[in-house]
Design a protein around this ligand. Structure first.
Ligand code: GDP
Ligand code: MG
Length: 317
């Protein structure tokens, strides 16, 4: 059996070491990763993928720890992919948090993996999406992705999720304002965590008002919940809403969303493939460099250059 076949078989059998190996391959070797994903893809689509995003420090990791415990109580297996340099999953945060996380990682029904936040070949979004597919194919009932909801790439990552939970904390002020813009449209469930603090109800009202502003005709109205991740208060209610959203997705409107997601993934995959094919072709003859030089000399703009390249390589379409 080849190394890849061995990893694939192990992943499909739910073996934690194979899952870890597969994700390491995804991080380091795009070509092998592609082969792993191609083999496991028919076995994906069973897990419920939950994205958890929001400003740093709002309590996402703490909340995820409680979500994991609640799902375990319900007999579900859980996988977590964290893309957050300050996460206790990645060795950031506080000692107490890290110890609680280690406790969880002894449980066979829990697999926690943090993606190093460096530049990946093929991008962090691609690597995270593939890691989610591995956990899905391994038979995890629930897969959770944590990102700090700031830039475009985080929004891109979180779109892999079927249910997106946006976590705020009261009194984060400007930070919330900056982040809101990017995540208000993509959130399915909003949480104001740290409900043990002041101004919680004001934050809840602010978020509700923002949601009403968007004024879209929606089949699903995003609820705004309060939690105290430190104690687990409100987490059972949050799980109820997540499960409600999952059932919603299984109905008519949800299938439309699944279609959109598949469409986006296909378009992205085509872009990626076409781009790397073209660039490879251009590099053979040193043409890439010569176009680059022309752009630098302002003799041609990038879009016109791309058009010219495509015409030449594909014979005018
Ligand atoms: N007071 C209070 N603190 C919390 C709560 N949830 C998390 N924290 C603390 O907030 C800090 C950041 O939490 P963390 O989960 O790492 O946030 P993340 O950056 O969003 O993942 C930690 O010190 C947590 O212990 C909560 O409900 N109430
Ligand atoms: Mg975190």
């Amino acid at each position: 059996m080849s190394e890849i076949e061995e990893i694939v078989q192990g992943v499909l059998a739910g073996d934690r070491r194979s899952i870890a190996k597969a994700i390491t391959v995804i991080e380091n070797n795009p070509e092998k990763a592609r082969r792993i994903i191609a083999s496991i893809y028919p076995h994906t689509g069973k897990a419920h993928v939950i994205g958890v995003t929001g400003p740093g420090g709002s309590g996402k990791s703490t909340l995820i720890e409680k979500i994991i415990r609640e799902y375990r109580r319900r007999g579900k297996t859980v996988g977590v992919v964290a893309v957050d340099p300050t996460s206790p999953f990645t060795g950031g945060a506080f000692l107490g948090d890290r110890i609680r996380m280690q406790e969880l990682s002894v449980d066979e029904g829990v697999f926690i993996r943090s993606m190093a936040t460096r530049n990946y070949l093929g991008g962090i979004a691609r690597a995270t999406k593939d890691a989610v597919k591995v956990l899905d194919a391994s038979g995890r009932d629930v897969v959770i992705v944590e990102t700090v909801g700031a830039g475009q790439s985080e929004v891109e990552i979180i779109k892999v999720a079927q249910t997106i939970v946006v976590v705020f904390a009261p009194g984060l002020g400007d930070e919330i304002q900056a982040i809101k813009a990017g995540v208000m449209e993509i959130g399915d469930i909003f949480v104001v965590n740290k409900a043990d603090r002041e101004n919680v109800d004001k934050s809840v009202m602010d978020i509700r008002a923002m949601l009403q502003l968007s004024n879209k005709e929606q089949a699903w109205t995003p609820p705004v919940l309060k939690t105290i991740a430190l104690t687990g208060d409100g987490v059972a209610k949050l799980i109820e809403k997540i499960e409600e959203h999952r059932r919603f997705l299984e109905r008519e409107a949800g299938r439309e969303k699944a279609r959109e997601k598949a469409e986006t993934e296909l378009v992205e995959a085509i872009k990626e493939k076409v781009a790397s094919l073209m660039i490879e072709e251009l590099e053979k003859e040193g043409e890439f460099e010569s176009y680059l030089q022309k752009i630098l000399r302002r003799e041609i703009d990038p879009m016109s250059a791309a058009e010219k390249i495509l015409k030449k390589k594909l014979g005018g379409c």
